[in-house]
Design a protein around this ligand. Sequence first.
Ligand code: AKG
Length: 350
Amino acid sequence: MNPKLDSNTNQIRKKESASLERRQPPSLSTRSLRQTAVESQNILRKHLLHAYLTMNSGDCRIGHNRMGSPSTNRRPNLITMNSTIDVSTPEQHEQRLRENTSEQAKNLFLEHGALWLKNAIPPSFVDELASAYRQKYTDQPLKKLKKKHAVVGDQRFMISIKLKPPFNDPRLYANTILLPLVQSLLGHQCVISSFGSVLSYPGAKHQPIHFDHPPLFESPEACGKTPPYALTVVIPLVDIRQETGSTAIWEGSHRRVTARQELQALSENPQWPQASIPLPNRGDVYLMDYRVIHGGMANEADYARPILYLVYSRPWFQDTFNFIDQKPVRFASGERKKIPKEFRHLFANH
Ligand SMILES: O=C(O)CCC(=O)C(=O)O
C-alpha cells in the first residue's frame, strides 16, 4: 500500500504546486513548516520514482503515482478472482489450516500474486476492530485526517494504526491461520514491515493503478524470477461490495517480465474489466504480493470503506519508499511490552 507511478508528470507537478499553494496557511507556524517539509519529501519521492522507472524500463517512459489524477469511475463487468480459498468449518474452529489447504493456498498465491481467503478471521473480532476504528479514525473531521495522515487518492487516506487494544492483538498480527501461510511464503524469519489502514470515503474515485514498491532490481527477468519479498494482508472492516469498491488486482502481473510496460499501459488506459476483484465479507482477507499491479476502486456507497493492512516482509527489506513521513508501525505508550515474547521477532525492525 503506498505511493506509486503516474501517467502525466507535468500535470502532477502542476497539481502538486497548486495543492501546495492551496494548503499553505497564511502564517508559517511550526505545524505548517513541518507540513511543507512533508509535502516536499512526497514530491521528491515521486520524482525519484519517475526517474527510476524512466531509467529502468526501456519504453516504459513514465510511472504512475497513486496521487495522480484518478480515472473515471467505470465499474468493471467482471467480478471474480482466480485465486480463492474457503477456510473450512473445522479449520475455522481450530483456527489452523490443514496441510493440504495450506499448500494449495501457498501455490495459488505464488502463481497469481494474490489470494482471497474466505472466513479466515471470526467476524465478531472484525466487528470489534471496526467499531474502534470508526471512533478513532472514520468519525474524525476530514481536515484533521488530511493533516495527520497520507492522502493516497481522492478521498482516500493511508493511516498507520496506533497499536493499542483492540488492534494490539496476536489474532491480528500473529493470526494462527495467516502467519504460518505468510511464513511459508516469506520464510520463518519474516517480520512486520508496516501495519496500517486505507480509508476511502463515499465519493472516492478509482485510485491510480500502481505497484506498492518500485521494482527491486533493474532487470525485469530477475524481478520475475525472485520469490516474494513482501506481501500485504488486507483485512476489510466492512463487507466489500461493488458499491464500496474493492481492490482491483491484475493477477499474475507480479512475475511478468512485461509488468512495467503493462503498468504504463494501464495508467494511460485503465482496463478495469481485466482485473480480478475480491468481494470479501467481514472475516475474509486478501493477500497481495508487493509486486502485483493493483488499485483501490471508487467508493460509490454512502458509507466509508476502511481496510486494515499488515505488510510482512523478509527481514532485510526496508520500505523506505512508502514511509518517509509517517511511521510504518506505531505503538501507543506501554503497548510494546504487551507483545508476547514469542512474537517480538515480528516487530524486530521497529
Ligand atoms: O484502497 C484500496 O483498495 C487499495 C489501496 C492501495 O492499494 C494503496 O493505497 O496502495
